[in-house]
Design a binder for this molecule. Sequence first.
Ligand SMILES: Cc1cc2nc3c(=O)[nH]c(=O)nc-3n(C[C@H](O)[C@H](O)[C@H](O)COP(=O)(O)OP(=O)(O)OC[C@H]3O[C@@H](n4cnc5c(N)ncnc54)[C@H](O)[C@@H]3O)c2cc1C
Length: 306
Amino acid sequence: MSAGEWLDSFPGVRRHEPLARHSQFGVGGPAEWFITTRETTVLAELLRRCSDSGVPVTVLGAGSNTLISDDGIDGLVVRHDDRTLRVADEHTVELGAGCMMPRVALDCASRGLAGVEFGIGVPGTLGASVYGNAGAFGTEMSDVLIDCTSLDARGEPLTLTAAECDFGYRRSRFKDDLRDNAIVSARLRVHADDPDQVRARTDAIQAERKATQPYGIRSLGSVFKNPLDDKAGRLIEAAELKGRRSGGAQISPKHANFIVNVDHATAADVLALVHIAHDTVQERFGVNLEREIIVLGKQHSDDHRG
Ligand SMILES: Cc1cc2nc3c(=O)[nH]c(=O)nc-3n(C[C@H](O)[C@H](O)[C@H](O)COP(=O)(O)OP(=O)(O)OC[C@H]3O[C@@H](n4cnc5c(N)ncnc54)[C@H](O)[C@@H]3O)c2cc1C
């Protein structure tokens, strides 16, 4: 009997779910087991029982920052899809981890709440944006987070203030000592402003994004973090890699720090380009680019190059 056989009869759990459906890049093999839930109590029960039975758990958001292995992911993949957005008072919004950041930005703008306009540029969930301290156009999650609640591997809740999350550039404790925790909700700090002004700032960010980044084509966002005092895109472009292809993946001709899916790309195609970009920039400029995209699943998970 396999350790996770009980999952086959757990309500809502599916076997061999193709994860390409849950990846904005459209790539990824099957999850051994998969569930989408809005219920924190269900997530807590799943975490506890998986911990008891030794089944690995992977939490997935909107799949906008992850490259999922062509061979899929062992164990249970959970998407916590609570999209609750509640205005607690004129300084605080309470959000479920499944809220999409662009929707948060637009909803807050329509209510005349400023501070989260940057969310329009982050096409992922609130939970993952806390996990990776997502940011755009000068604001990061760490600038607006009041606190967040997660469940540990036993399903026990833990609430941390922003200071306790130990945020850095695209990092938090959830990538480190709290890597087994699933973020379920957060409270963000906002302030009252004229709805038209907030919306105008949100639209300006969106326009800037469309002008400078590949838009309307599948990508994973920035592939590498920017090194100190430089830009990964500038370095990859200077290495003459814009437009370089591997299988169905291409280094975007518009922005060199993006890889786009031009023709049924595989995870292996993307990783080949990641390695080419990393190694060429290292050879030419002596800069060791650090990968921003997250690689999940079998076969590639031990490959931290770049
Ligand atoms: C076109 C494009 C533009 C982008 N622009 C930006 C940008 O300007 N700034 C920026 O910061 N990012 C950007 N991104 C990247 C991405 O949108 C962000 O990193 C976003 O926060 C990821 O959200 P997600 O829900 O898609 O996460 P996923 O890709 O689903 O997951 C990312 C990681 O978070 C973990 N995770 C997911 N949910 C949870 C949870 N509830 N609890 C704990 N861990 C969790 C996953 O295990 C995974 O390791 C861009 C991506 C694209 C495709």
